[in-house]
Design a protein around this ligand. Structure first.
Ligand SMILES: *Cc1c(COP(=O)(O)O)cnc(C)c1O
Length: 397
């Protein structure tokens, strides 16, 4: 099944991108574990060079398992093409390095992924690429930040850890009459919950490490969009070299088979947990786009099918209390990342922002009582009970 544009979402997750009858008759797409592809004779080399033959040549230029995974992802994002990378950061850095050159200007929102912000603010500067950081959801500031040399606008939705939601239609309206490429890191939304390309976003990026692979076992990243935009990025990747290996490509395909099913359950698990936390006397505040109390709930409802698995909340504004809570958990694991089958919980003030001073954390809104929970696929009851018993222990500590 390769042309699957009309099939339902779960059918696409299971079948899209894969050859229906491969040469071995194996139902799974083989892991073609090779670094090079040999030629039967010199005539084949000639045909390849003349463009008369489509075939693989060398691992860094692409391989069959990668291609199947890319086609599946393109079908799920409803994009013309997908290019896979060895990590989400490889997808982001390779794309931005390709799209920008000395003298260009880039706009990025302030609550973008920390490493993406680092790259734009600290490293692109070294290549004489100027970067403006604007406040997330301040559409006037976004428009005012535009300069004659602005080439790229980069943002995310939802964002980490407050799950701010960008109104994608409003955003692309600002940029569409100008020669500025709009890129959206849609990792927290996934192609199950949101389709930024439909709103006029030019390129969508995901850390496929998270929901897409879904099992906390590989790193990968993907860029999706029109072929005229992804083709030159693919060419550039052949030089920068951050390619996904055959084994990870296979695990990504395998993870994607249950993508629709996982997302349904993650969306509903997180909604139930968020509602429970909002009622809980020990919880000061809950941030989840699926709750009417979230400042961007209406926009989220309009442009998303579900709201994902990340629920952020505040306990007592006290690091000792927050860490006692984490230490008392018996099922949820403490760790970064999200979107996998195992629930993961972090205390951003100590885990992700430990290099920042208290003043910097305050400016970023990272409070001492802030907890980010990436709900997994455990039974909803067990997740809730684990949180409740750990809060009780933290109270007693
Ligand atoms: C994790 C993440 C990245 C980086 O992806 P890696 O696969 O870890 O390199 C980028 N953006 C967002 C929103 C992420 O959550």
């Amino acid at each position: 099944m390769t042309d699957n544009s009309r099939a339902g979402y779960s059918t696409r997750a299971v079948h899209a991108g894969e050859v229906r009858f491969n040469e071995y008759g194996s139902i799974t797409t083989p892991i073609v574990q090779t670094s090079t592809f040999i030629f039967k004779n010199v005539d084949e080399i000639r045909k390849l060079v003349d463009g008369d033959m489509e075939r693989f040549e060398y691992g860094r230029y692409g391989h069959p398992t990668q291609l199947a995974a890319e086609r599946k992802l393109a079908a799920l994002e409803e994009a013309e093409d997908a290019v896979l990378f060895s990590s989400g950061m490889s997808a982001i850095t390779t794309s931005l390095l390709f799209l920008l050159k000395a003298g260009d200007h880039l706009i990025i929102t302030d609550d973008a992924y920390k490493r993406t912000l680092d790259f734009c603010k600290t490293y692109l500067e070294r290549y004489d690429i100027e970067c403006s950081v604007v406040k997330m959801c301040d559409y006037e500031a976004m428009e005012q930040a535009i300069k004659p040399n602005t080439r790229v606008f980069f943002s995310e939705s939802p964002t980490n850890p407050y799950l701010n939601i960008m109104d994608l239609e409003r955003l692309t309206n600002i940029f569409k009459s100008r020669d500025i490429l709009v890129i959206s890191d849609s990792t927290f939304a996934t192609p199950y919950n949101q389709h930024p390309l439909k709103y006029g976003v030019d390129l969508v990026i995901h850390s496929a490490t998270k929901y897409l692979a879904g099992h906390n076992d590989i790193l990968s990243g993907v860029v999706l969009g029109a072929k005229k935009l992804t083709d030159p990025i693919r060419e550039f990747l052949k030089i920068t070299g951050g390619v996904i290996d055959p084994n990870s490509s296979y695990l990504l395909i395998r993870g994607l088979k249950t993508f629709a099913l996982r997302m349904e359950k993650l969306n509903s698990n997180a909604q139930v947990v968020a509602e429970h936390l909002e009622r809980h006397p020990r919880i000061k505040r809950v941030y989840y786009p699926g709750l009417p109390s979230h400042p961007h709930h209406e926009v989220a409802k309009r442009q998303m099918r579900g709201f994902g698995s990340v629920v952020t909340f505040e306990v007592k504004d006290d690091t000792e209390y927050a860490l006692a809570f984490l230490s008392s958990l018996e099922i949820l694991n403490i760790g970064p990342s999200l979107g996998g089958v195992e629930s993961l919980i972090t205390h951003p003030a100590t885990i992700s922002y430990y290099m920042h001073t208290p003043e910097e954390k305050l400016a970023l809104g990272i409070k001492d009582g802030l907890i980010r929970l990436a709900v997994g696929l455990e039974d909803t009851e067990d997740i809730i009970n684990d949180i409740d018993q750990a809060l009780k222990k933290a109270d007693a500590a």
